[in-house]
Structures are given as structure tokens and as C-alpha cells.
Design a protein around this ligand. Structure first.
Ligand SMILES: [Zn+2]
Length: 478
């Protein structure tokens, strides 16, 4: 796949979305009679008003006044939470993906996303980010963390490549100069290159996140100061008494010139070994180290549905909201499914159960979690928007309270991204990214499925506006 230009798209987004939604843009908005949910503390404050000016919250309380020109929105006793974050998505895998992705996020109350790898040139990603911030394009806040670095030839098109420590340092210099928010390690890096990448990222003042490379131990990544890790399987693997042997087997095979088929075979064989050698005491030690280091985990547990064939029916509404060309692509044979061995398929239920058990232990050990999905047109059936709510439901099913699950999508992400105007609280000086709900989400997350209103960067999308966005997507999806 080659890179392409998106000037026409940006124009379409600007004109199209603004006209479709007729979102209310006012410099000052007074939201009255809401119950503010403090997700960090688990407390409620009823009968509050929130004043929003130029995209920021400027007043919160029972006695907040507004100018005569302010737009007034009656919250009718609804529950107000900070906007949700999906901390692992890919919205730039095709020229027109944001057209669908951006409204889908807002419809589901997701007012912030972190992009973890893209086909668009960085300048065009930044141009879209700027237009969203300026209010010219309707969409969630965008963190551009997709500077993924892999060994050549690269697992995906358009990656940064590094096969030596020298190349790692050069690549980080380029990433820093281009203005990315982070350096993302990818799976096939060798250990020496990976360690140089970690050091160079930190020297450049960049966050260092991503996959734990397949030949690197989780403990090595902790010692290297990796700030965030994507996906969850490598945590369960580090709880195996055979982690070292599994890594050595792959290193030896690759050093001996094994072809890609053999490499995938070795990686696939790990599932059985992990199930046989996962150790509770070792796991607690590993998780305590992760928690102590503050290593953030973006679990993307919903990805398992793709591998187990838990896919929506073709006529499901969620299928109708995405372009037909994407639905067709999702229906074609997938290289990841084809790489699954019979053994992996047979063990899938047990492997998923072990991941979930390990996930609950991680949460209880204090490992910081960022709710995330890997949503992308390039990842079949991982829709934009919907799966974040599925992921949060899964956290509750596994054993988190609704408040704890909500924390991973509202409080943890902006604090990890170190945003000056967002920390998961609803207070003066904070960005007006908010969701108004019918019911108290601390009692259950079902109410997230149908928000009364979503406020993105101070722009109010009431239920009617959200319904119009949804109707537009359904029309385009046909
Ligand atoms: Zn991803």
C-alpha cells in the first residue's frame, strides 16, 4: 500500500460533517441541573451547573451564572462524566477512514483517541488534528502516537525501520523532529536495537510505548523504562516459568536464518507452553514489578473476538455504518487467521480465560490500565466507537467495578498523556469533553450505550444531533 494525499478528504470532512450535524457552536454554554460524577473519587454532586467558554470549563457549582448570549442546555438531572478515551486505535489506514471513524467515536461518547499507527503522512495527520482543534472538523481529540518502529522489512507498510542501535537513534531523531507524541516499539525488533530505541526516546523526552518485541522479555522492557505496553498476551507469557526458553527458542531460530513461516510457528507454539507453565506466584512478582514501574497497559481484550470468530451478523446495524468496501475487505481471508494453527484454535478458549484471569490480577496489583480496542478498518470487525464500550463491559465482567472500568477510559488516559487541560475531572480550566447520561454509570455501564448528549471541545451534540450523525453513517454505509 502506498501513501496518498488527503487534501480532498479534509475538505469533504470540513464541509460534510459540519453540514450534516449542525452541531451547536457557541462561545459560551451553560449546562444546568446535572449530577457530576467524580470517577476518581466515586462521588456524585447533584444539582450542578457547568459553564463552558471557548471549549474550556470555566465554572462548576450550584450558583454559576452566564452571560445573556450564552446557550443554555437543561441537563434534566442527567449524569455528567468526563468524555471517554480509546487509547489504542488506527484511524488512518485508508484515505477516507476518518470520515467514518470520527463521527462513530463521538456517537459513543469517545471524545479522545490515541492513534497507534498510520498510513497517512504525519503532516496530514497533524493537519486533521489542527482542524479538529480549531472546530473546523467535528471529531475527538487526537493524540498521534503512531511512530511505530520495526525491524526491516516491517510488519506493516509505512513503518520506521531499525536493525541496529545506530539506526534506532537516527529514527528517534526523525520521530522527534516530525512532532509525534511517542515512539512505538514493534514486534520484530532485536533486543540491542530495542534498548537503543528506549534510551534514545527517553533522551529525546518522548514517551516510549508499544509492543514488547517477540525476542525481548517483559522484565527487560520494564528495566528499559518502557512507559506503556500494547495488548495483553505478553503479560501472561511473562507469568510462565518458561518465558526465557520461549524467547531463546525464537532468538536461536532467527539467528539461524529461520523463514517467516517457521517464526510464526514458534510464536504460535507459545500458547500451549504458557497454559502449561503459567505460575501464580511468579505472576504476582511480575505484576508487582510492572505496577512499581508504573508501566501502563492497553489490553485490547476485545481483539480476541476477531480470532474466535465472534463477529457481528452482516445485517447488524454496526455493519451498516461502515463503508461497503470495508465490509467486503473484512469478508476476505485474513493473514492473521490463516496463521493460526489447529493447536492455537483448540486452545483459544483456555488462552482467553488465562489472559482474563491475569488481567484481573494485574488490576488488583495496581498495574495502570488504559481502555483500548485496536479499532481499525485494517482489523476486521474492530469497529470505531462501539468496541470501547464492549471492552469496558468486559472489564466489569472480569471483576472490575463500573467505576474502576470507567477510570481506565476517563481518568487514566489523560493523566498518562500528560495533558495540561485534562485529567479526568470536571473542573474549571479543564477541556469541555463531557458525556451526559440518563443513569448513574457507577451503578452499571449500560447507560453509556445511549448518551443524552456528548460535548466535544465545548461543542454540544444533543441526542438529536447524535441521531443525525448515526443516520448519515447508515446512509453512507449502504
Ligand atoms: Zn494496533
Amino acid at each position: 500500500m502506498k501513501r496518498f494525499s488527503n487534501t480532498a478528504l479534509a475538505v469533504a470532512l470540513t464541509v460534510g460533517l459540519a453540514a450534516q450535524t449542525q452541531a451547536q457552536v457557541q462561545s459560551e454554554t451553560l449546562l444546568t441541573d446535572v449530577t457530576i460524577v467524580d470517577v476518581a473519587e466515586g462521588t456524585l454532586a447533584a444539582g450542578q451547573s457547568v459553564l463552558i467558554r471557548d471549549g474550556l470549563i470555566t465554572g462548576v457549582g450550584t450558583d454559576v451564572g452566564a452571560g445573556r448570549a450564552a446557550m443554555r442546555v437543561d441537563g434534566n438531572g442527567g449524569y455528567l462524566i468526563p468524555g471517554l478515551w480509546d487509547s489504542h486505535v488506527h484511524i488512518f489506514s485508508s484515505a477516507t477512514e476518518p470520515d467514518t471513524a470520527l463521527p462513530l467515536y463521538l456517537i459513543h461518547g469517545v471524545t479522545g483517541i490515541r492513534d497507534m499507527g498510520a498510513l497517512w503522512p504525519i503532516a496530514e495527520q497533524q493537519a486533521l488534528q489542527t482542524r479538529i482543534e480549531a472546530g473546523d472538523v467535528l471529531g475527538p481529540r487526537l493524540i498521534l502516537a503512531g511512530a511505530w518502529v520495526d525491524a526491516s522489512p516491517g510488519s506493516w507498510p509505512g513503518m520506521f525501520l531499525a536493525d541496529t542501535p545506530e539506526q534506532a537513534r537516527a529514527v528517534v531523531a526523525q520521530i522527534a523532529a516530525e512532532g509525534w507524541a511517542a515512539v512505538k516499539a514493534y514486534s520484530m525488533l532485536d533486543e540491542a536495537t530495542y534498548l537503543a530505541l528506549a534510551e534514545a526516546a527517553h533522551d529525546a523526552g518522548l514517551s516510549f510505548v508499544g509492543h514488547i518485541p517477540e525476542r525481548v522479555a517483559l522484565g527487560t522492557a520494564i528495566d528499559a523504562g518502557q512507559d506503556g505496553m500494547e495488548h495483553f498476551g505478553r503479560v501472561a507469557m511473562a507469568c510462565s516459568t518458561d518465558e526465557t526458553r520461549m524467547l531463546t527458542d525464537l532468538r536461536d531460530a532467527m539467528a539461524g536464518g529461520a523463514d517467516l513461516r517457521r517464526v510464526f510457528e514458534i510464536m504460535a507454539s507459545r500458547n500451549r507452553i504458557i497454559l502449561e507453565t503459567w505460575d501464580n506466584a511468579l505472576c504476582n512478582t511480575v505484576l508487582a514489578r510492572m505496577a512499581g514501574a508504573g508501566m501502563q497497559v492497553s489490553p485490547t481484550l476485545v481483539v480476541a473476538d476477531f480470532y474466535t470468530g465472534n463477529w457481528p451478523a452482516p445485517e447488524a446495524p454496526r455493519m451498516q455504518m461502515i463503508p461497503e468496501v470495508v465490509r467486503e475487505a473484512w469478508g476476505r481471508p485474513d493473514f492473521r487467521l490463516e496463521a493460526m494453527t489447529d493447536e492455537v484454535r483448540a486452545l483459544a478458549t483456555d488462552s482467553i480465560a488465562l489472559d482474563r484471569r491475569t488481567f484481573l490480577m494485574a488490576h488488583r496489583a495496581g498495574v495502570p490500565i488504559l481502555a483500548s480496542t485496536d479499532a481499525s478498518f485494517a482489523n476486521p470487525y474492530l469497529f470505531h466507537g462501539f468496541p470501547l464500550l464492549d471492552e469496558l463491559d468486559l472489564y466489569v465482567e472480569i471483576g472490575l467495578t463500573p467505576r474502576e472500568a470507567l477510570y481506565t477510559a476517563t481518568v487514566a488516559p489523560p493523566r498518562f498523556f500528560d495533558l495540561a487541560d485534562q485529567d479526568g475531572t470536571i473542573a474549571p480550566g479543564r477541556r469541555a469533553d463531557l458525556v451526559l447520561l440518563d443513569a448513574n454509570p457507577l451503578d452499571g455501564l449500560a447507560t453509556l450505550r445511549h448518551p443524552r448528549a456528548v460535548i466535544a471541545g465545548g461543542r454540544v451534540l444533543n441526542r438529536a444531533a447524535l441521531d443525525r450523525l448515526e443516520a448519515t453513517l447508515l446512509e453512507h454505509g449502504e
